[in-house]
Design a protein around this ligand. Structure first.
Ligand SMILES: [Zn+2]
Ligand SMILES: [Zn+2]
Length: 103
């Protein structure tokens, strides 16, 4: 039997990953392109690692299909998180019933 806690933890981990992990952009910003660097954008700041490091303005242009893809990823994670929370609630309720019956 899988424990619902572990699926909740997994969902939380996924959610925090999409917030903290930089996202590799297929079309780099001009700074990254000039330096031949990988353009890794942080969703929380909207800037790429290179520009954050150098504290410069990032002119990264995220195209609509890319945003849509990011939004879909986030939406999927959000639903996983909700599902995991529901599972955990069910699990707690079962535990309470069991304990009540034991008395
Ligand atoms: Zn960049
Ligand atoms: Zn940049």
């Amino acid at each position: 039997m899988t424990r619902p806690e572990s699926s909740l933890i997994r969902a939380y981990r996924l959610a925090s990953r999409i917030h903290n992990e930089p996202y590799h952009m297929p079309s780099p910003c001009s700074r990254c392109r000039d330096n031949g660097r990988c353009c890794l954008v942080h969703l929380s700041s909207g800037r790429c690692s290179e520009c954050i490091d150098r504290n410069t303005k990032c002119d990264l242009v995220v195209t609509q299909p890319e945003w849509n893809r990011l939004d879909r990823d986030k939406e999927r994670l959000r639903r996983q998180l909700e599902k995991a929370q529901d599972d955990l609630l069910d699990y707690c309720r079962c535990e309470e019933e069991l304990r009540a019956r034991e008395r």
